[in-house]
Design a binder for this molecule. Sequence first.
Ligand code: SAH
Length: 215
Amino acid sequence: MDDKFKAKREELAKALIMQGISDKNVLDAIRKIPRHLFVNPGDEGSAYFNIPLEIAKGQTISQPYTIAVMLQALELKKGEKVLEIGTCSGYNAVLISELVGKDGFVYTTEIVPELINISKSNIAKLGIKNIEVIETDGSQGWEKNSPYDKIIITAACPEIPKPVIGQLKPGGIVVAPVGPVFGQKMVKLTKLKKGLKEENLGEFMFVPLKGKYGY
Ligand code: SAH
């Protein structure tokens, strides 16, 4: 994916390293995937700034640093099956698809119909086959293809929804911003043989999760 923004992606990767991102696979995915294809027409020039950008109806493509923190925490491996909640324009789903490789698979759920078309078209443009975009209330997870190796929630939730934890394999990891709508802590939850291990990865700001287990 060589294009006029290649140098910009390298600058972005360098900025993320300065901010403490060290996972080479995550950085390489950010170096490779053309984020400018996932922003609104006219915003391409801002696509490699380390900022979120509005896509539709107040929904945003997440800040690259935020995504990098979450992907690093997910410890993704080739061949894994991943559920994403909150597709928006599909950028993060494509990064995950790159990280799990062609033997892995990404199910990504989105509640805003307009974003289903946008994300599907962005993913198709890149010829990516290991992502399924599903229009549903992802706050309930996505039972049909469970259990998952990893689950990522990219909208603020009051707590990690119980069904989502239920859809995770033993040893699996969920990463999600948990807390009130004006600011959340990033939670990494690992499903142990007995019980759950919770880690706090810092303060972040997301759009609210809607639906049954959302706001
Ligand atoms: N993952 C995106 C950013 C997501 S922004 C990226 O790659 O940049 C949060 C998204 O969550 C929005 O698109 C919003 O519409 C969606 N969302 C909110 N509530 C949801 C729900 N209950 N189920 C699925 N998607 C939801």
